[in-house]
Design a protein around this ligand. Sequence first.
Ligand code: ZN
Length: 485
Amino acid sequence: MSDLSAVLEHWEPVIGLEVHAQLSTRTKMFCGCRNSYGAPPNSYTCPTCLGLPGALPVANEQAVNFALRLGLALGCEITQLSRFARKNYFYPDLTKGYQISQYDEPLCVGGQVTIRWGNEVKDIALTRIHMEEDAGKSIHAENGDGTKVDFNRCGVPLVEIVSEPVIQSPEEAKAYLVRLKQILEYLNICDCNMEEGNLRCDANISVRPLGESKFGVKTEMKNMNSFRGVERGLTSEIVRQAQVLDEGGEVEQVTLLWNEAEQKAEVMRSKEEAHDYRYFPDPDLVPLSVSDDNLHSIRSSLVEMPYEREERFVNQYGLRLEDSLVLTSEKSLADYFEETVSAGAEPAEATKWIMGEVLSIIKDGGMSVSSFPVTPDQFAGLLNSVKNGTVNVATGKDILRRMVKSDLTAAEIIKKEGLAQVSDESALSEAVAQVVANNPDELGRYREGKKALFGFFMGEVMKVTGGKSDPNVVKKLLTSSLESD
Ligand SMILES: [Zn+2]
């Protein structure tokens, strides 16, 4: 990284990203085979996705609607009559010898993604979003004994999201990718599991002297399949290009493969150009037509985008931006917060409890937010029991953990286990008097000036009262008891 900051003093990186996202449709892009990860190899295939002679593809309506949802959410212009094209190349995992993609008539054009990192906000302009099908997967035997091919992935629907070359640092690229993943999750169109390859990122990278407007020679880097991989891969390539240029050399236009395990890029092949693929319109598919009605109905069902929601939470609920960013990071978490507030909890309290207790219970239990068993209604009920003093905060936290394991409400647990907070002064004075009487040594030291022992006495009173006493009342009673002779 220190290499990078030295490079950035003289060079400006120019990065464009191409992100492939697998759409979480029930079936594949052009056939009825199931679109599902992890099935036994070659169990979800048919003549169409294997490209056998005579088989005809038919476009998947749900996949098209998912792509439209993304395009509309990102402000793209929708091409109402677009076309599929064949991208011809040979690869062992591509039995057809071509991939069905879109070329000069993509479904979505333009648009933007608003990213945020640190205190920076920036709109990353998009070139296009087009639809295509995924290829199969080569599985290389670990002992070097040959390669097998799994065609389950063949024909899985993809959108390729192409940004303009406007990203200026690896950090910005990572923020862009994090945001895209969040948007795809908000729109519920991609599982976004990077380990399973749902979301994959390639980059075009060049550097130019600071202040120069002409682009330098770019390389393409493939296979950066984690957020960290993107940051490291880009950093390594930017530093490498700057070194080549600093030494008076020239950057060669090549395609690189990022090797995350070894933290270095390997040259895959010299860069191919679009004309190498011999694109032509796919004669087996009719042009893709999108009706006004369909566009209208998708547009009217769009959910609020994360960047709008994170700002609204600040304005509407008075949250700090950093808290709002945590709460809106996942749609289900943001929904949970808002439903808790609608059920009567105070926004500040709901924020504090969700970011502390709820997230830690979810993390410890290996749950997802949507499987968190305490409903927003029940949760708001608990927060109100704490707020109105029925139970103290420590007991409230304990009750929440019990609610996770049972179907009981906070009120039911409080009643059943006798957890209601004791704030009755006469009952508590007795406990205070008992604790003070039982600890004469500590009392003596306290009165000699060891004021830190106050915490010890508080703890003892809480212990004697089973943790249920109102800490404010105990504090008041203890103070007067300890200070008086
Ligand atoms: Zn099939």
